[in-house]
Design a protein around this ligand. Structure first.
Ligand code: GTP
Ligand code: MG
Length: 440
């Protein structure tokens, strides 16, 4: 039997109301010991009453009792809605601990919901995404995942591989029919081919879903004085970074966030990159290079099409990065090439740069409204499954027998189950839930 856990589900600060949450088989019994009224242990109820420490009133509260399995965790659960004073909710938690509950660890409620089959692992992960979402669009993606739509994307793969495993059984049962093996090898190849294609589309959609969910990191780089900080300020629409005509104004990385078509853009303005004897500027330049290496997209800024040695060094640094080249100061410079991105940061004219960023993100309307498999864990497993399928396809093409292919196909099946947690690998689940906040 699992112990009854208790935690504050709302922030540990003064507020109008707070919620103290309990879950576990004994929770009705434990809460009854300090609640002023009898709790009916046979059904879910809402009650008004008092939390009592012996004869002393602690608070006037509303109590929600959820009879398992019809609760979030699947177990008997209670939520006490009290007044939002730290003195009050701490006293209620102390009473719970005194009467046999223990403090919940991070994500323990969701972990119990997972163990009681109320949620699969993909749904459970989406709860964290929901809580951490920074844009409306990110929240919508998490919500789609929570209702099980994302998990359903896995179903066709699971069905196909399950079917293959049954074909393997047939071959084991009737080894004398060589024609059967031949036909089944062809089926294995067909199914691998079809699913590899499907997984590729899931990965591509998932990467886009991830951008909507997590946002994207963009570094602005260039030699000193080309207008990097001015571009940051124009994109953020605020005077965040110091701008001056002095070369080497920006020393440390300046960070800002803005939202472009529902995507959170984490923008990093960096120190101008050049050969410098100045010790502090040198540290800034090292940081610039580090930022550009870590960024998803780099905006490289120039203020002339006639590139000098410093500009060329920048181009060399970014040669392996996904880059947007920007020519700034278009108000004083003539840029004749109409294909390039031109800005006048001083006039806050950076619309063409915003359009270029959107083009790079390459998101369609579908990416915002359709579920996608977008967590790093899930995408990692999908990539792995794709590789395993490619191996089975190649082995099958090279005349390897079904017997030998079967071990790999079984591994593929297990990996599919691990996506939703159906393989019951509780170590992985534990790792995921440890990232949750306490009370969730
Ligand atoms: N005319 C014009 N001047 C600009 C434009 N953008 C920036 N400047 C000017 O260029 C100078 C340098 O701008 P910053 O934004 O500080 O340049 P930076 O690239 O961040 O420079 P460092 O931090 O030193 O590397 C300032 O005097 C700006 O006002 C522009 O679009 N047009
Ligand atoms: Mg600057």
């Amino acid at each position: 039997m699992l112990e009854t856990i208790v935690a504050l589900a709302t922030p540990p600060i003064r507020s109008a109301l707070a919620i103290v949450r309990f879950s576990g088989e004994d929770c009705f019994k434990i809460v009854s010991k300090f609640f002023s009224k009898q709790i009916d242990v046979t059904k879910s109820t809402i009650m008004h009453g008092f939390v009592m420490d012996g004869n002393t009133k602690i608070d006037e509260v509303v109590l929600l009792a959820y009879k398992g399995p019809r609760s979030f965790t699947g177990e008997d659960s209670v939520e006490i809605i009290c007044h939002g004073s730290p003195v009050i909710f701490n006293q209620i938690i102390e009473l719970a601990l005194k009467n046999g509950a223990r403090l919940a660890t991070g994500g323990e409620y969701t972990s119990r919901a997972f163990m009681n089959n109320k949620l699969d692992l993909i749904q459970a992960e989406s709860i964290n995404d929901l809580i951490n979402a920074e844009t409306k669009e990110a929240k919508n993606i998490a919500l789609m995942s929570l209702d099980g739509s994302t998990s359903k994307l896995i179903s066709p793969i699971k069905e196909d591989i399950g079917y293959l495993l049954s074909l393997i059984e047939v071959n084991i049962d009737y080894p004398e029919y060589e024609d059967l093996e031949e036909a089944n090898i062809e089926k294995i190849k067909d199914i691998m081919k079809k699913n590899i294609k499907y997984i590729e589309s899931l990965i591509s959609d998932g990467n886009k879903g991830r951008i909507i969910r997590d946002g994207i990191n963009i570094a602005i780089v260039g030699k000193p004085n080309v207008g990097k900080s001015s571009i940051l300020n124009a994109l953020l629409n605020e005077d965040k970074a110091i701008v001056s005509s002095y070369k080497g104004t920006t020393r440390d990385v300046v960070e800002g966030k803005f939202i472009l078509n529902g995507v959170l853009i984490n923008l990093f303005d960096t120190a101008g990159i050049r050969e410098s004897d100045d010790y502090v500027e040198g540290i800034g330049i090292t940081k610039s290079i580090d930022k550009l290496n870590k960024a998803d997209i780099v905006i490289a800024v120039f203020d002339s099409m006639d590139l000098d040695e410093e500009d060329k060094k920048i181009l060399d640094l970014i040669k392996n990065k996904d880059t947007i080249i920007v020519y700034n100061k278009s108000d004083i410079n003539e840029y004749n090439n109409h294909d390039c991105i031109v800005t006048s940061a001083i006039n806050k004219d950076v619309e063409s740069l915003k359009q270029a960023i959107l083009k790079k993100l390459n998101l369609s309307n579908e990416n915002y409204v359709n579920p996608s498999i977008s967590s790093t864990r899930e995408l990692g497993i999908l990539k792995n499954i794709k590789e395993m399928m490619t191996k089975v396809f190649n082995d099958a093409s090279n005349g390897i027998s079904i017997d030998l292919l079967s071990a790999d196909i079984k591994d593929i099946y297990l990996s599919i189950l691990s996506l939703t947690g159906e393989d019951h690998d509780f170590d992985i689940a534990k790792e995921i839930f440890s990232r949750f906040c306490v009370g969730k």
